[in-house]
Structure formats: structure tokens, C-alpha cells
Design a protein around this ligand. Sequence first.
Ligand code: ADP
Ligand code: MG
Length: 400
Amino acid sequence: MAKLTVSDLDLKGKKVLMRVDFNVPIKDGVIGNDNRIVAALPTIKYVSEHGGKAILLSHLGRIKKEDDKPGLSMRPVAERLSNLLNKPVTFVPTTEGSQLEDAIDGLSDGDVLVMENTRYEDVKNGEYVKRESGNDPELGKYWASLGDVFVNDAFGTAHRSHASNVGIASNMGQTAAGFLMEKEIKFIGGAVDNPEHPFVAILGGAKVSDKIGVIDNLLAKADKILIGGGMTYTFYAAKGMKIGNSLVEKDKIDLAKEILDKAGDKLVLPTDSVVAEKFDNDAAHKTVDGDIPDGYMALDIGPKSVAEFEDVLKSAKTVVWNGPMGVFEMSNYAEGTLEIGKFLGTLTEAKTIVGGGDSTAAVQQLGVADKLSHISTGGGASLEYLEGKTLPGIAAISDK
Ligand code: ADP
Ligand code: MG
């Protein structure tokens, strides 16, 4: 069933609690990259322009002791937000009590307030009590009492049950998705639940063990699964092929055999690889067919595999990509990931979706991200979504 979204709500004069993802890199009070703040602007502006009083909550980093707090204050984030919105933003340096409540009472329609880091609640009087991260029921209830409606736009934490997402939602009459969350549900949720066929998944990255859940879930749904990256060579080992010094998970070889048997020709492995003498961009390297020679490790898929993958992808209507095809961080082994990314950019008739932390970094770094339909904003959350798991943060959003 479709989820309620912020555009379904009557916001005028309402105190709108909003869970956003302001978990930006920050060092000595300086924000490294404000992509996440920028990404949250459409929903914040929408609420403000429709007369809502926006009360923003987010976590920032991890807080395990009192000393962690000063370096992870939300104050610089509130200042950056104010610059980006080009209007004043009220910052409240606490997560509960009369200072917060009075500031909220003082808001006018369209105002924006940023509360202190929700994870300040994880440490109380020097003790690591995890009130936020452990979804303390009293905390969710208290925060919910501060607003009239709740908008959750933080997909990156949707796979966790925290007080600031699930806790608030379970104490609030209506919870709506923000625009970012709505897009994640539409693309990733849509691909997993109701994909347009042919549906092709591209799975790569380092380890089979990280991706078992995704492989299992997508085997049941996709028409083809293209395998690349380091996990390829555990599958090679399962087929009795030589793998040289390539990455392998010995304890997953039997599992890889089972997957190969179950998948039949649905699962497509690379037929050639770029192999190197060392895990080093400057190491001697070459392209080989099939078996990986002794003394070499495979660090990328080869050009023949790229062509074969493109042949499968060209008719696809839905493509989900998780996991780079090679060690894209090194330029000599980035070609496979780059070529697949560029090719996906030409598939104008298909929904092309990228999920996973390193996969997202790869398509951004290689400059192919803006040609694709959807680049997920949540690494762990997108992985669990692709595994077919129910994400508690999304489950807690009201149905339309
Ligand atoms: P994601 O975060 O998108 O889910 P993963 O974390 O599973 O992706 O995998 C990303 C990592 O896999 C990258 O750091 C990349 O260097 C590594 N990788 C890809 N191919 C290989 C390979 N052939 N050998 C070793 N590591 C690889
Ligand atoms: Mg990763």
C-alpha cells in the first residue's frame, strides 16, 4: 500500500516534527561535505513554505561518552542550513526540557528550528544508556508530544529502530514520508516489490558473505543476476576454477555452489578478469580469460565480461546495482565499474537504481551518477531493503 507523504498533509500552523539525515562528516566543528543537508532542503522548504513550523531532529556521528558530545553538536549544521535556506534557523542546544519546549512555543508559521543531536540522549550523566539508539519508549513519547505531525525523511536510518524515527511515529497520529524517503520507497521498494521486467541485478563488491541476503532475495525476483567484484572468485572456486591470490571466502565456497545450482543460467559470472601481481595500482597487470593464473589476483572484470553484461542489460526495464565490479578506488581497476556505469546511463527506457555505500561513492567518483534514475542515500538501509527486509523506519510511516 502506498505511504502517506508530506504533500498529503495539511501543514498550516502545525508543529511539524521532521526526522532528517544531517549525519554529515564533521571535524573540529567544520563540515566536510554538506550533501546530506542539501538533499534534505526540498522537504524542509516545502514544510516551511506551506506554513508549517519545522522542528528538525537528526543524529550526528556516534556518542558513547560525554567527551564525544562537544565535537558532535548540531550547531554548525544549523548554521549551514541557515545559509542554504537564506533565512534564520533557531538552534536549541538541548534535546529535552523547558528550553526546547519554550523555543518550539515561540515559533511562527514557516520558521525552522534545529534540535541538538538526538544521540546526546545516548549518554546521560556519563552513562551510556542508548535512549535514542535503543528506542527508549519514554523518549519517543516525549519527542512526539512536541509536535502535531511527524515527517520522516531520513532513509539512511530507516533500517534502525530508534526513538527519533520509530519511537516518535508510534506515538503520533500521522507519520508521513518526506520527499527523499518517498523517492527511495518508489525506486528501491518498487524494484523489489513490483519490478518492470526484464529485471537485471548487478551484484559486486568485496564479499559473498555481505551479499547473500541480496542474492537470495533477488534470485527470486530478477530475470538475470550479473556477478562482479571480489565475490566472483568465491564462485570461481566453487566451480573448481583457479583463482590465484584473488579474494576468496573459503568458508563460503559450499554456499556459492548451492547458489550456482539453484540459480542455473540466471546467474552470470564474468568470463575475463584484470589480474595484477599485487594489490596495488602500479603493480604489473593484464587481462586473462577464465582461470586466474598463479601469482596473480583478480581486481576487475575484463572487457569481454563488460560486453557480455551490456548485452544482458540492453533490454532491461529495471536494473538494480549493488557493489562495484572491481577495485574502483585504483584507476587501473576502475574500468569495469566505469563502463557498466556509463552503459547504464544510456538506458533511457529503464529504471536504473544504485544502492550501497561504496557503489554510490563509485558512481559519483566516476561521474556517471547523474545519468541514472536513482542513487540511494542510505548504504546499510538500501542493502537491507534489497534483501527484502521490512525497514522499521518505513513500516512506521502511515499508509495513505
Ligand atoms: P557496497 O558498499 O556498495 O555494498 P561493498 O562494500 O560490498 O559495496 O564492496 C566495495 C568494495 O569492494 C570496494 O572497496 C572495492 O575495492 C572492493 N572490491 C571490488 N572488487 C574487488 C576485487 N576483485 N578484489 C578485492 N576487492 C574488490
Ligand atoms: Mg561497503
